[in-house]
Design a protein around this ligand. Structure first.
Ligand code: ADP
Ligand code: MG
Length: 262
């Protein structure tokens, strides 16, 4: 048995007959690691995350999470999407409580957990609001609180801060780091932002564009909170910038070739 918390073994994903979105991806992710999947649009980041989440099984290879083969979504893997998947007809508090009610926990326990989570994400003053009356950043806080409510040891996040302005984004990144540090979760976080990946991750997995493979697997050994203006940060940013740009150009060439065929 492997000690990895999440194990991706030779995973491939082919859409239809010819779109090879993923090819032979192998990753061993230890418990508690904060991993960013980085790469340009279309390189298979969401496809890989959805396979790990159990939403869309790979066409080849296998995935083991928390000691169990992944065949479907499960409570040990919580997912946060870019588009806030909140129930619009429920208040903030009810959205956070939802998963706990499904579990059938006693009312007092649910109330205590919800209070705690609202406090953790600075949402106390918003508990009776509805999602439509919240800013994007606040909605994303609710989405995170909801996943934390389920107490999943693994959090899967697909560009969760992609739609937020820079300041709100930094706020939420810092909160996520604090929660991760306190709760020792294993996090796989998808982003196409190089700076976001360096700011957050213990480890950055750079993906290639079609077929999606692992291009580079880098450990980021900088103390937190990280300073984006430091020389070390910028050296890594240049290195990753080069890698991502190569893949972006492949994407671009692909598009030109496709256009020439039309
Ligand atoms: N349901 C689907 N059917 C066909 N092709 C898909 C589907 N989902 C994704 N793809 C293709 O797979 C590739 C990877 O997509 P995706 O995982 O969404 O990339 P990323 O998240 O890195 O932007 C892209 O070329 C995309 O067009
Ligand atoms: Mg995506």
């Amino acid at each position: 048995m492997s000690a990895a918390h999440i194990e991706v073994r030779g995973v491939s994903k082919v859409f239809g007959t010819s779109v090879v979105a993923l090819q032979d991806i192998n990753l061993e992710i230890p418990r508690g690691q904060f991993v960013c999947l980085l790469g340009p649009s279309g390189c298979g980041k969401s496809t890989l995350l959805n396979a790990i989440a159990g939403f869309s099984p790979p066409t080849g290879g296998s995935i083991v999470a928390d000691g169990k083969p992944v065949t479907a979504p499960g409570p040990e893997r919580g997912m946060v999407f870019q588009e806030y998947a909140l129930f619009p007809w429920m208040t903030v508090a009810d959205n956070v409580a939802f998963g706990l009610e499904i579990k059938g926990l006693p009312k007092e326990q649910i109330a205590a957990t919800v209070d705690q989570l609202l406090k953790t994400l600075s949402l106390q003053d918003f508990r009776q609001r509805f999602p439509k009356d919240l800013s994007g950043g606040m909605r994303q806080r609710v989405a995170i609180a909801r996943v934390l409510a389920l107490d999943s040891p693994i959090m899967l996040m697909d560009e969760p801060f992609g739609a937020l302005d820079a300041l709100t984004r930094r706020d939420l990144q810092d909160e996520l780091l604090r929660i991760w540090d306190e709760q020792k979760k294993t996090i796989i976080f998808v982003t196409h932002s190089i700076e976001e990946a360096i700011y957050l991750a213990d480890r950055i997995v750079v993906m290639t564009y079609r077929p999606g493979t692992v291009k580079r697997d880098i450990l980021v050994d900088l103390p937190r909170l990280r300073d984006p203006s430091s020389p070390e940060f910028n050296a890594l940013k240049r290195e990753l910038g080069q890698l991502v740009m190569e893949e972006q150009q492949r994407h671009h060439h692909d598009e030109l070739r496709a256009a020439a065929v039309d």
